[in-house]
Design a protein around this ligand. Structure first.
Ligand SMILES: N[C@@H](CCC[C@H](N)C(=O)O)C(=O)O
Length: 304
């Protein structure tokens, strides 16, 4: 029986997760690996491979063209997160993955990052500043956008989404962070639980770059010393993966959509509850931050 791990066979890899959105980390500091989509899909396969929602190649920015583009914008971005979805497709950004990536760099001594310090890393979405507080990582996720603009927010939606199990089409709001998301609000957790995310949803119009889909239930707001905090329950269907237990960029999109729907006076801070845990999203004008945990689970070697 042969495997399809190709260049990844025999290599020392590490697994980890951020709120149970799980990844295989592949060290390739000098950018010598030419990974194919088939190899990535084989490693991420949950039955015939290691199993993961995505693969992250850990490479010096200077060693790959996309990393050199980031370095031109921010020379401090020594390391580049080369993120691939489980089907081998590329994505602009991974909010849970970037925390796990920085945790890996710190644990392996590839960056010095004490509590309270910040590191800049490269991603396809541009440079990202990540701060370690001694326990959690906060990622400055960059600029967000709603492609449908104020008209979509006022209407409440700019895409009609058909989700199996929901019994009829729903309105969705597009949000880019900068990868594409469509957020659909549901009235309660019973309806959320009834959505079937193993079957393909329909979109009208069809998003040209594909989309991640977040189903959200707003759970209200509570006051606190730092101001009001909103809470959201979320399930996610990731582009290039399937249903996952968390999606960092998706939690940002969810918070941004619910905040926009709530209108003036809505909180800037949001706790987003996902099947794999919870993260905090803070909206800072036209940018957003994401705070959450990162865990490494195993060092493994794939057999050839
Ligand atoms: N899980 C990620 C998002 C990964 C990329 C996404 N599937 C896409 O194709 O846009 C996250 O934590 O943000």
């Amino acid at each position: 029986m042969t495997t399809t791990f190709g260049a990844l066979a025999g290599r020392a890899l590490t697994t980890g997760h951020g709120t149970e959105n799980d990844f295989v980390l592949v060290p390739d500091p000098d950018g010598l690996l030419a990974l194919t989509a088939a190899e990535v899909a084989a490693v991420c396969d949950r039955h015939a491979g290691l199993g993961a929602d995505g693969l992250i190649r850990v490479v010096r920015s200077a060693a790959v063209p996309e990393g050199r583009t980031v370095l031109a914008e921010d020379p401090a971005a020594e390391w580049f997160m080369d993120y691939r979805n489980a089907d081998g497709s590329l994505a602009e950004m991974c909010g849970n993955g970037v925390r796990v990536f920085v945790h890996y760099l710190r644990e392996r001594g590839l960056v010095a990052l004490a509590a309270g310090e910040t590191v800049v890393v490269g991603t396809r979405g541009g440079p990202r500043r990540v701060t370690f507080d001694g326990e959690l990582y906060t990622v400055e996720m960059g600029r967000w956008a709603m492609p449908g603009g104020q008209a979509a927010v006022s209407a409440g939606y700019d895409v009609v989404v058909g989700v199996p199990g929901l019994g009829g089409p729903r309105g969705g709001l597009r949000v880019t962070v900068p990868n594409p998301h469509t957020v659909v609000a549901l009235p309660d957790e019973t309806e959320l639980a009834g959505a079937v995310l193993t079957a393909r949803p329909t979109y009208d119009p069809v998003p040209p770059e594909g989309t991640n889909l977040e189903l959200v239930v707003p759970l209200g707001e509570s006051g606190g010393d730092g101001g009001a905090v909103g809470r959201i329950r979320m399930r996610v269907l990731e582009r290039g993966v399937g249903e996952t237990r968390s999606c960092g960029t998706g939690t940002c999109a969810a918070a941004l959509a619910v905040r926009a729907w709530a209108g003036d006076g809505a909180p800037d801070a949001w706790q987003v509850l996902v099947p794999g845990g919870q993260v905090t999203v803070r909206v800072l004008g036209d940018t957003v931050t994401l705070t959450g945990p990162a865990v490494l689970t195993a060092d493994v070697t794939l057999l050839g």
